[in-house]
Ligand binder design. Structure first.
Ligand code: PLP
Length: 374
């Protein structure tokens, strides 16, 4: 028998691509006693979560709900519900998460058309327009609003407008966007938008959020084939998340995780969406000024940088992995490594949610200056 002891994590400051620092109010909410997931008390909480979610997504969509699994599951839910085998789907790819969208389409038997842009660039609306002209039978356009692998924010409004002109439904990944950067689901004509708990909402990872427009719901109702995923099937889930006084068991909801989500959404509501967007911009500008003072270079054009995810070039001759190790060991500070083609060359510094604070910016700039040569 080995000797087992309690696990006590070393406190860290989380300034990577997620999870981000969790607000103490969210942790406290999650430590409350667990109640039944069909308890009338809990149903009240579920209704309030849906209302707060609509506010966060800027939508009046009735079908707005959490998914009991991380952001990747919300991505699958979006494609699984809208797509039927043989449907043509245009996926715009400018980083890792667009590639994952394309993978979902392939695995679900969709006919995949890709529109590709270089890493570090926005999705090009003109390329999407050309792809739609060449594929008039396309049914869905999907892209990532806030590409966490590259720190690029694409023009979701422009892309959805083009997709809508061509009669397509739109699927938009705003896992990193929600709460940190402007996002208006209804005004921008997004049919399915999903996000995650652990980025700019400052919740622990493990749940995600999704909203479906009426047109998207109609598409689900008109399916000829059942949704291939039982767990993510919207029509079954709604029996639990909706239905006055008659909610039925689908799966056991993660009760305490939803306490946390509620508290996080409440905090966003108290701060105000626009204030939250502004705070992320302000902290981003402070961070960029500090990094440039250290002689570091930002990887993304200032016009379309995500304030909550800052991609910084590691100076030539510096071992970026060694620097991250030292930041963690000496400062309890976590920043992110480069992903995909950015591996080994860039750092990804997150300013997400509760992490987008002045003291974090100061800590990060000071710690980096200590760990960099010269
Ligand atoms: C983090 C992230 C995801 C996946 O979320 P998980 O919670 O890790 O499954 C999807 N898309 C984007 C853009 C992300 O940043």
């Amino acid at each position: 028998m080995g000797s087992h002891t309690r696990f006590v994590p070393t406190p860290r400051t989380l300034m990577g691509p997620g999870p981000s620092d969790v607000h103490p109010r969210v942790l406290a909410a999650m430590a409350q006693p667990t109640i039944g997931h069909l308890d009338p008390n809990f149903i009240t909480l579920m209704d309030d979560i849906k209302a707060l979610l609509r506010d966060a997504f800027q939508t009046s969509n009735a079908l707005t709900l959490p998914v009991s699994a991380p952001g990747s599951a919300a991505m699958e839910a979006a494609f699984a519900n809208l797509l039927e085998p043989g449907d043509k789907v245009i996926v715009c790819i400018n980083g890792v998460f667009g590639m994952r969208m394309a993978e979902n389409v392939k695995r679900m038997g969709g006919e995949l058309v890709t529109v590709e842009d270089n890493w570090g660039q926005q999705v090009d609306p003109e390329k999407l327009r050309a792809a739609l002209a060449a594929n008039p039978d396309a049914k869905i356009v999907a892209f990532v609003h806030a590409e966490t692998s590259t720190g690029v924010c694409s023009d979701a409004q422009a892309l959805c407008a083009i997709a809508k002109e061509a009669g397509c439904l739109t699927i938009v990944d705003s896992v990193t966007g929600l709460g940190g950067v402007e996002l208006r689901v209804d005004d921008w004509q997004i049919d399915v938008c999903y996000s995650g708990s652990q980025k700019c909402l400052s919740c622990p990872p493990g749940i995600s959020l999704i909203t479906y427009s009426e047109a998207a719901a109609d598409r689900v109702k008109a399916r000829n084939t059942p949704v291939q995923s039982w767990f993510l099937d919207l029509s079954l889930l709604m029996a639990y998340w909706e239905g006055e006084g008659a909610r039925t068991y689908h799966h056991t909801a993660p009760v305490n995780a939803l306490y946390g989500l509620h508290e996080a959404l409440l905090m966003l509501h108290e701060e105000g969406l626009e204030h939250s967007w502004q705070r992320h911009r302000d902290m981003h500008e402070l961070l960029v000024a500090g990094l440039e003072d250290l002689g570091l270079t930002m990887a993304v054009d200032a016009r379309f940088r995500l304030p909550q995810l800052n991609v910084v070039q590691a100076p030539t001759g510096v071992d970026e992995g060694a620097v991250r190790k030292q930041l963690l060991a000496d400062f309890n500070l976590e920043i992110g490594a480069g992903l995909g083609v950015y591996a080994g060359k860039f750092w990804r510094i997150g300013l997400m949610g509760y992490a987008a604070r002045r003291e974090n910016v100061t800590l990060c700039v000071n710690a980096l200056s200590h760990c960099l040569p010269g």
